[in-house]
Design a protein around this ligand. Sequence first.
Ligand SMILES: Nc1ncnc2c1ncn2[C@@H]1O[C@H](COP(=O)(O)OP(=O)(O)OP(=O)(O)O)[C@@H](O)[C@H]1O
Ligand SMILES: [Mg+2]
Length: 415
Amino acid sequence: MDAEAESRTGSAAHRRTADYSRFTISAVGPTAGESVVQMAQQQAGRTRGNGDPVPAAGSAFLRVTDLVKSFGSFTALKHISLDVRAGEFVCFLGPSGCGKTTLLRAIAGLDPQNGGTIHQNGRDITHAPVAGRDFGIVFQSYALFPHLTVERNVGYGLVNRQRGKAEIAARVRELLALVGLHDQGHKYPVQLSGGQQQRVALARALATSPSLLLLDEPLSALDARVRVRLRDEIKALQRRLGVTTIMVTHDQEEALAMADRIVVMNEGLIEQVGTPAEVYRHPTTPFVADFVGAMTFLDAEISGPKRLRLGEAEISCSDDRGLMQGTPVRIGLRPEEIRVRNVDGMTPNRLSTHVAFIDFLGSFCRARLELEADRSVALTADFSANLMRDLKVEEGQMLTVALPPESLRVFAKAS
Ligand SMILES: Nc1ncnc2c1ncn2[C@@H]1O[C@H](COP(=O)(O)OP(=O)(O)OP(=O)(O)O)[C@@H](O)[C@H]1O
Ligand SMILES: [Mg+2]
């Protein structure tokens, strides 16, 4: 079995020295899944009783330092450093090819790095073989064994560890109950839906109570409705288990909904690390601003302290990032932040616009607003259904809008 296959099944983890026998598996009953929860919490260092170092709340459980990974002359990871705290749910978010999977695989030891170090739970695992690491992994493609039943897929790693039959059966029952598949154990993967298969993969990854759960785009092969449901389930499960989790995704909505912190990556580098609210509200680079959520960018120039020249208009911002007068900048603003209600003579940053077109998107409408002073400059604005009805916004009309100063993110042009 190759390293990847081993890691998928968890069998590699079973041959390592960590002792799972200290955990007792409770009988399945009304509290099915609780012992799994306790085991995972113990592994995550939330509870004591095993003699292992207990990471202090908020300390780095996983520390990646100066990681470099090259494929031939191409450098896929360029000196990546990152701390993941115990029990945290972290998403690696970025466009295709930015290095998300490469970083995840380096953490798992599947594609060893060329430089840098990785520490997990205080242990230097930089050069540890896959079999010597403590993680469970789920891939986009499920990667279940087609010739094994669901039960045997989930219990595969435990069999490899030569656990007793009764113990394995109880554990598998618990895990299947945990992922909502208690009555599906006898089926083969081909008899399950994509969402169910991914639940099996998740149960299998959790079978050994790893202290680190790695998920590589686990939801991207699923249809939209299943994806949202499973996303909520995975998040709730992760919270319950307290298992430190890293999930790769290129879907910003998924990252915003699931992550405690998001690591935004671009071309082998980390652009920003922050909570979903921080990354969304205070993107530190134009790339992050553009990639996470919708953002309109406008060319402007610093015309004074917290003052900007936008074409003919003079507007104010609440943070000019200390840039000098005359500096060319890009202003970023979110479509939902453009104000239309209660705009009067006292409202700062008023602009006359022409409603060029309106896209109906169900619960809201997205409009293209062209500045009256210069029709080549356009803003994207989102209007709620209520607002559309109340103000009777229609294509072709003139509309006075305001750009709240605190909503204007200013980026130096060069960055
Ligand atoms: N085994 C390999 N050999 C050569 N180049 C590779 C290899 N694996 C990845 N790369 C390159 O490294 C870069 C990062 O790839 P990676 O798979 O980490 O991207 P990703 O962010 O996961 O993208 P996606 O969202 O498409 O999965 C890409 O340019 C890719 O072509
Ligand atoms: Mg990938």
